[in-house]
Design a protein around this ligand. Structure first.
Ligand code: XIL
Length: 428
């Protein structure tokens, strides 16, 4: 049950030097206090300290993080999965191979009950060649989750971007239904019940959903288009059927971006959901929710969640991040706002309101969970994404729940307060 007395907090301002920043990115840093085992039912009284980082500062060139110090474990506030996307293997910020990996793992074990691989469970990582599957890196991640009482949400069995489509699938001339079925089933079958759900298909809707038939003209679409006009693409049905046949006990999601406020994308999402529901192969809809301080509106989330709830499916927020700047909102990407307590307070309010509307709209049995897309601000994919998409060069857009030195942001408190049923405020 939600228990508002389960946590307390105090705000701290952590002065962080360039040296400390570098240490958060790979240098040595002090270890947080030991984490009690996941089975512990009471909130921990220890906390992640940021003061060690600031006191190790020796550089005069300093910047500031705004942090709070709580004694909560976020996942204990919820009866549904609280997830985080993580980097693994040899990726930058890997929770295994980065020199601050053990600090990252401690924070993850403290606060989260579910992991998503940010990259290493995508198609080409697991299935690089037609007859070759490589599960070593994913196994390391899944074993880490398992040994710490966490679950894993698989991401993603079928997704179009070139960098993660196995090369052999480009211009594949064989039997696409058989090939796709084998791909999906080999991967689903490999994992044990630690992997409780999958994004079976990601982003099948066109970036311009109101043009043409609205479907993304991907290699999968070209190989297995809609069987009849007005139907959803056949490859989506094939992938979901294959996953369902491989393991009827796991939850299967269709996942997409901007499918709350954009009516075209929401309608297409619902079209997919209903078509798959008729075949009994879908359990829920994933809303990525890479969102901003002012877009979309809370009523957009409410409306979208409600429509999926009305279908009887689960709702999962799969990739939540809240950038403090929206580079798509105007012709020229706006300047980064000043990083200060007002900004962080507003972000806390926003994280709280998103969590609150999820709780208010989605009944307990249909809550697939909330996952944030990354642990600490400086590892977010958004800076690259914004640069590639708009040319905007932001050092950081502070979108996540933890500062670069792994201290807790007011945003984390916002999620916790909503989970505890407390009113959302900018105060911390
Ligand atoms: C992103 C990763 O975070 C980046 O590291 C990678 O370079 C590109 O992909 N929607 C998705 C995720 O479904 O898989 C994407 O992840 C972010 C957008």
């Amino acid at each position: 049950m939600f228990n508002s007395s389960d946590f307390s907090f105090r705000p701290i301002l952590a002065a962080v030097s360039v040296a400390a920043l570098l240490s958060a990115c790979g240098g040595s840093s002090s270890s947080p206090p030991p984490i009690p085992p996941k089975s512990s039912s009471s909130a921990s009284s220890s906390s992640v300290s940021s003061e060690a980082s600031s006191s190790s500062s020796s550089s005069s060139s300093s910047s500031e993080f705004i942090a709070v110090e709580t004694d909560i474990r976020l996942f204990e506030q919820a009866e549904f999965p609280i997830g985080v996307a993580v980097s693994a293997a040899n990726e930058p910020f890997s929770i295994f191979n980065n020199t601050d990996g053990s600090d990252r793992r401690d924070v993850i074990v403290r606060h989260f009950s579910e992991l998503t691989a940010g990259n290493i469970m995508k198609m080409s990582y697991l299935h690089p060649q037609e007859d070759t599957y490589t599960f070593g890196d994913a196994d390391e991640l899944v074993n880490f989750a398992k040994s710490n009482g966490m679950k894993v949400h698989g991401h993603a069995l079928v997704w179009h971007p070139n960098y993660q489509v196995p090369g052999f699938m480009n211009n594949y001339q064989g039997d696409w239904v058989a090939m796709l079925t084998e791909h999906v089933q080999t991967i689903v079958n490999h994992f044990d019940d630690t992997v409780v759900s999958w994004d079976v298909v990601n982003e099948a809707i066109s970036d311009s959903p109101n043009q043409g038939d609205g479907w993304r003209q991907s290699l999968f679409y070209n190989a297995l288009p809609p069987a009849v006009e007005g139907d959803i693409p056949e490859y989506i049905k094939v992938a979901f059927q294959a996953a369902r046949d491989a393991n009827p006990d796991i939850d299967l999601y269709y996942n997409d971006y901007d499918n709350t406020a954009n009516p075209g994308r929401l309608n297409k999402t619902l079209e997919i959901a209903e078509a798959l529901q008729a075949e009994g192969t879908i359990d829920g809809v994933g809303f990525q929710m890479h969102i901003y301080q002012t877009y979309p509106s809370i009523s957009n989330f409410e409306n979208a969640f409600q429509q999926v709830v009305d279908l009887g499916l689960k709702v999962k927020i799969t990739e939540l991040d809240i950038a403090v700047v929206n580079p798509y909102g105007s012709a020229t990407p706006p300047a980064l706002p000043e990083y200060n307590e007002t900004l962080m307070g507003n972000q806390k309010l926003r994280y709280c309101q998103v969590t609150e509307v999820y709780l208010d709209t989605v009944p307990e049995a249909q809550r697939g969970g909330i996952t944030v897309w990354g642990l600490a601000d400086n590892e977010s994919w958004l800076m690259n994404q914004f640069r590639n998409a708009t040319g905007a060069d932001y050092d950081d857009v502070w979108p996540l729940l933890f500062n670069a030195d792994l201290t807790e942001k007011p945003a984390l408190l916002g999620v916790a307060e909503a989970l505890a049923g407390e009113p959302c405020t900018t105060d911390f």
